[in-house]
Design a protein around this ligand. Structure first.
Ligand code: DC
Length: 223
């Protein structure tokens, strides 16, 4: 096997991309890049600096001054933005909403694309997102597209929230998953799309360990 692969994992929200991407990177001792966390970081800074999410020039400036690092510690990955640990702050519902807006801004996508290519070009990396295999690294060595039915993804999200003590309605959670799919797919710029040469894994009836094993088998079979 070639030793420093570029591995892309794309797919809709809730399909298990973050968990699998981190697990795969750990197994291979690769760097794991959560590109959603990068867009979330832009949204968090925009909110803190009261930047209008429609003001492209201001967002461009914000991205130019942005430094994002991923640090692996205690099994979990930390996201450091301009020297501050923002791992929890980028996961709030408010930031999630704002992220969908800033991620549609061409200047933001261009800046993130540059950063992602710089981090990934040497290989030895797993990048996780929506457009990695189609736009960021169309020549990635391995492309996975991780999917699951909206009902299964909604159910997982519902259980996650219950565990955190947040009481939500299952049907509403499934409806939100479908809304996010529609927004991610309908976006004109770098929409969620399966690359023609991606290996599709449907995780609806699989455990995390089973999906990871499938991915490791594909990687091990690389020439
Ligand atoms: O994967 P996530 O939920 O952390 O993604 C947050 C948002 O960023 C979501 O609205 C999709 C968007 N995103 C994107 O447009 N392109 C990527 N490569 C990754 C995420």
């Amino acid at each position: 096997m070639k030793n420093k692969l570029i591995i892309a994992i794309d797919g809709p929200s809730g399909a298990g991309k973050s968990t699998l991407s981190q697990a795969l990177a750990n197994q291979l001792d690769y760097l794991n890049i959560d590109t959603g966390a990068m867009y979330r970081s832009v949204a968090l800074l925009a909110s803190q600096q009261k930047v209008d999410p429609h003001d492209e020039a201001a967002l461009k400036k914000l991205c130019a001054d942005l430094s994002i690092d991923f640090i692996r510690g205690n099994g979990a990955e930390r996201v450091i933005v301009n020297g501050v640990d923002v791992s929890a702050a980028i996961r709030t519902p408010e930031v999630s909403l704002l992220t969908a807006q800033v991620a549609a801004c061409p200047a933001v996508r261009e800046a993130m694309l540059d950063q992602q290519r710089k981090i990934g070009e040497k290989g030895g990396v797993v990048l996780e997102g929506r457009d990695i295999g189609t736009v960021v690294f169309p020549c990635a060595d391995v492309k996975f597209f991780l999917s699951a039915t909206a009902a299964a993804r909604g159910q997982r999200r519902y259980e996650e929230l219950l565990l955190k003590g947040i009481d939500v309605d299952l049907q509403q959670t499934i409806a939100e998953v479908k809304d996010r799919d529609a927004a991610d797919t309908a976006r004109t710029l770098a929409p969620l799309m399966q690359a023609d040469d991606a290996i599709v894994i449907d995780s609806t009836h699989l455990t995390i360990a089973e999906v990871l094993q499938k991915m490791l088998n594909v990687v091990a079979a690389m020439p």
